[in-house]
Design a protein around this ligand. Sequence first.
Ligand code: PLP
Length: 393
Amino acid sequence: MQNVAPSATKAMVARTRALEVEGHDIVALTQGEPDFDTPVAICEAGVAAIRGGRTRYTPVTGILDLREAIVGNLQTDHSLVYSPDEIIVGCGAKQVITNALLATLDPGDEVIVPAPCWVTYPEVVKLAGGIPVIVDCLSSPTFKFTPEQFARAVTPRTRWLVLNSPCNPTGAVYNQRDLVALAEILRMHPHVAVLCDEIYEKLVYQPARFASLAAIAPDLRDRILIVNGVSKAHAMTGWRVGYGAGPVSLVKAMATIQGQTTSHTSSIAQYAALEALAGNQSHLDVFRDTFRKRRDFICDRLNQTEGLTCRVPDGTFYVLASCSALLGRRTSDGMAIDSDIDFATWLLESFGVAVVPGASFLAPGHIRLSYAASKDEITRACDRLQAACETLA
Ligand code: PLP
């Protein structure tokens, strides 16, 4: 356990809450979740499950109706053909990823993780006895992992490549061409599987388009685990429903682990997720359009702020801004800002703006801002950021 770090994002959120409890006025752009409420019809489906007595144990991999709805969405959205026994529903995408790594990693097996990355991947790899092989994409103009980097990172011990598109924290989206090129390298290394974390699939802003590796390289289907869930797209983070779609042998192994640990996610949440995936989905467009407007606004403001720069992300509700031009400067009371951690801590403690330091995502010299906040909050945060940066000398 000494090798596994606690979640840094959650630590920043906890410090923010503590300051708020003390009465400080904090504007937080740290959230890894939509600020919208779960749509009413989805909540009603949860209530109906309770009232209807659907409150008992379910199959470990999830109720059949939900797995069928997932199969239906994969077919409709990406023309992917899966059967319900190739689907496992878990307590969020996080548990699905953890199950997959626990089920497959032998001690010393390597997992390639392109960085910047979601904080959890390297830590769960370590928890499962594996070795995260971090490939730095921070200096790439798109933040994306290239086939050349992939070819260089593969060894006989590589078990998985983790591909997160759209990516937390960069917002990068791998297009069809990117995936075709990565698939070429995968074909040369048949021992490598791919964990495609597609949890932000529904949050892609045109002209960018979401592409799924399994659809682009059908010959690799049996080496791909698609991970997705309802948390981000349907504003259901607290319900804890995620899923995986992959080969039966892998799904069975994951189900064995889940069956001996959590069994399954809540029956009530599963019925709510069924409504999210099989019912009216008009909220998806509303959420996406709202996020898009906020993205454009926050990126403009950040790029107008002295010392900060950002690229406009194609997906998610995060923007990764560089603060490297500010490092080495001093605050008005003489404190040195030598790292993104110093910068984020100072912003929180002195200006009441909470952001996550890039170091938490293996993106030193950057901060991650979430625009899953109201326009008013984003405006106030940007005003404070601007004022803060202007005081640095
Ligand atoms: N994958 C990525 C890239 C994430 O950013 C997150 C949440 O922050 C998750 C998975 C976890 O999602 P869930 O709430 O379904 O566990």
